[in-house]
Design a protein around this ligand. Structure first.
Ligand code: M6R
Length: 610
């Protein structure tokens, strides 16, 4: 989704901003722009399309200045088409202020009318131009005051940076509902909506909270609320390095992240499996462990892949911890009138920790009295900070838009939490230890699955021309079927349905035509025999069967056209292995179709608007 990078200090700002924009590309965008200051007035250039288009534009204009202060933006269109005119930065009609903005100004129509009545002229369809115009309208020689005055009038969300033509050394940034991080260097500040654009400059950061702002100039740095009350902020260390967010020889981030999973899961488990004592260690929850063990109900909230991980969690919490659990689409939960009784725990699952719907659902649950827990990857993200307690994934930065390693990390964390509760309630030590051993084996078992990448590429290329695919599973593998279908849809643009296998005959079976690929997750477990029956129903109608099955399952090779194998593990942990062939199938099918795997059309990595 939209990205902001801004800088004030002693470096040549233009290459720094362009590099920063490229680090934000993975979030998804459709136009980009840059503003360079340093002398009275500023230089603004914008372009629809990729950052390379903006770059060529700047190359052609040899006159582009090389100031020491500036800001740039990648836009993911919400209000108005992805055109040059709608791209950020936006200025007011007197060219007094320039603004880049993530988020949505909800009352922009009313403000636009007010400003139009005052004689201001708009050129774009965006809500951000309205914000820039409002700041310009209030400007009386002090940018900070003008930004504060404007922000008192707006409803909605923002992460913003503003520059003033008459204050060539000042950068003003503010946040409400859309992340903004300030990297603190030596006499310099790099502000970005995402730490990925900061870590090459500094790992020392300040996270702005909602309704906070900062005024930055070379070597000086003030933080306050938008009501101008000074706030003292702690400088913190970012967790990941630049090397972790580079490709390291892989053609795409997605395949890099798929192959990183054994290491990522080992990191996620590190320090949490105490094999000597035979116990799970989750330090982040210690303060609330009594409430958690006594929980009467769990509500899991998330979107997309995180929601699928939540569905696996539902099985884990009910099966192992015996706590009634519901999984909610965060976007639905926030607008319902949810019933939260005493003893309810709300768990927000989010890789980025910034998904707007998940954050809003979390706040709703908290307001109604739930104890809130976060299962989040990005340290210091908004969801991580707003939950009462939480467990980080520690799977490293996930850059590919299609979530892969975060899914497995989310399941591992849910399993650890479910086991912690289970052991305090009903689970024997020997059963717990069996789980711990099984978890410990997962990274190596993942390596074995990933070795089939070439075979999976061949299967994918055989069916990548087919426009409709089915993904079917039962029990713990039903959410995996949904996840397999989502992966294929989002990066290859092939239509795919994920379903519980038995639901087929209640309607979707009508879709099957000869040659249609149907992927069954058919590992041995409680519903294995029933799933074999479902395969026969689909095969009888001419579908081609791709089965994900256990090594050594001779029976399945007689019914399936292709078999992708996974090692045996305890049934509740199967999703950690069965999802891998599906991630690879989606990846190879998308590459075969010539799709831009890491930047799929219309998609954003972190969905920070409703
Ligand atoms: O950052 P989050 O985990 O909160 O993101 C939730 C979804 O937007 C995300 O999982 C999305 O569905 C991915 N594109 C899936 O690959």
């Amino acid at each position: 989704m939209c990205g902001i990078i801004a800088y004030v200090g002693h470096k040549d700002v233009q290459p720094l901003l362009l590099e920063g924009l490229k680090r934000l590309e993975y979030r998804g965008y459709d136009s980009a722009g840059i503003c360079i200051g340093g002398e009275p007035g500023f230089f603004v250039r914008k372009a629809a399309g990729r950052i390379s288009v903006l770059e060529s534009l700047l190359d052609e204009e040899r006159a582009a200045p090389h100031g020491r202060i500036g800001m740039a933006h990648t836009r993911w269109a919400t209000h108005g088409a992805p055109t040059e005119i709608n791209a950020h930065p936006h200025t007011d009609d007197k060219q007094l202020v320039a603004v880049v903005h993530n988020g949505i100004i909800e009352n922009y129509v009313a403000i636009k009318q007010f400003l139009t009545d005052k004689g201001h002229k708009f050129v774009s369809q965006t809500d951000t131009e309205v914000l820039a115009m409002l700041i310009g309208h209030f400007y009386q020689g002090n940018l900070t005051r003008a930004v504060q005055a404007a922000l008192h009038e707006v409803r909605g969300t923002y992460g913003l940076a503003a520059m003033g033509a008459e204050e060539p050394e000042t950068l003003v940034v503010a946040r409400r509902g859309s992340p903004l991080i300030i990297g603190v260097g030596k006499e310099e500040y790099v502000v970005a909506s995402d730490a990925a654009a900061i870590v090459e400059h500094t790992t020392q950061v300040v996270y702005l909270n909602d309704n906070e702002m900062a005024v930055l100039a070379p070597g000086t740095f003030k933080t306050m609320t938008i009501d101008d009350i000074p706030v003292t902020k702690e400088v913190q260390e970012v967790e990941f390095s630049l090397q972790q967010i580079e490709l390291g020889g892989y053609p795409h981030f997605m395949i890099k992240e798929i192959f990183e999973q054994p290491e990522a899961i080992a990191n996620c488990l590190r320090g949490r499996l105490d094999k000597n004592e035979g116990r799970v260690v989750l330090g982040g929850l210690s303060q609330y462990s009594r409430d958690i063990v006594r929980a009467r109900r769990i509500i899991i909230m998330g979107c997309g892949t995180a929601w699928h991980a939540g569905l696996v969690g539902e099985f884990l919490f009910e099966d192992l911890a015996k706590i009634p659990t519901e999984v909610e689409y965060a976007s639905e939960f926030r607008y319902r009138n949810p019933i939260i009784e005493d003893g309810t725990i709300a768990i927000a699952i989010s890789q980025s920790g910034e998904t707007a719907d998940t954050l809003a659902a979390l706040r709703e649950a908290k307001d109604r009295g739930a104890l809130s827990l976060g299962i989040v990857n990005i340290v210091g993200s908004t969801i991580a900070r707003e939950t009462d307690a939480g467990i980080y994934l520690h799977v490293g930065p996930e850059i590919g838009v299609a979530s892969t390693k975060a899914f497995c990390g989310q399941i591992v964390v849910e399993a650890l939490l479910a086991l912690t509760i289970a052991r305090r309630k009903y689970m024997s030590q020997s059963v717990l230890e069996e789980f711990l051993r099984a978890l410990d084996r997962i990274p190596n078992q993942m390596r074995l699955v990933l070795r089939q990448s070439d075979l999976i590429r061949q299967v994918a290329s055989q069916y990548s021309h087919r426009d409709n695919w089915l993904f079917l599973g039962r029990g713990f593998n039903y959410p995996v079927a949904l996840e397999g279908a989502l992966k294929l849809k989002e990066i290859s643009y092939i239509h795919a349905e994920g379903l519980p296998a038995a639901e087929m005959k209640h309607g979707p079976i009508a879709l099957i035509n000869p040659g249609m690929p149907a992927v069954f997750i058919a590992t041995r477990g409680t519903q294995y025999e029933k799933l074999l029956g479902n395969i026969q129903e689909v095969k009888a109608r001419g579908a081609k069967i791709i089965a994900v099955a256990n090594e050594g399952d001779d029976h399945i090779s007689h019914v399936a056209d292709h078999v992708l194998t996974v090692p045996d593990t305890i049934e509740p942990l199967q999703p950690l292995l069965t999802v891998l062939p599906l991630q690879l199938l989606a990846y190879h099918a998308a590459v075969e179709r010539g799709c831009n795997v890491d930047k799929p059309r219309n998609l954003a990595k972190s969905v920070t608007v409703e």
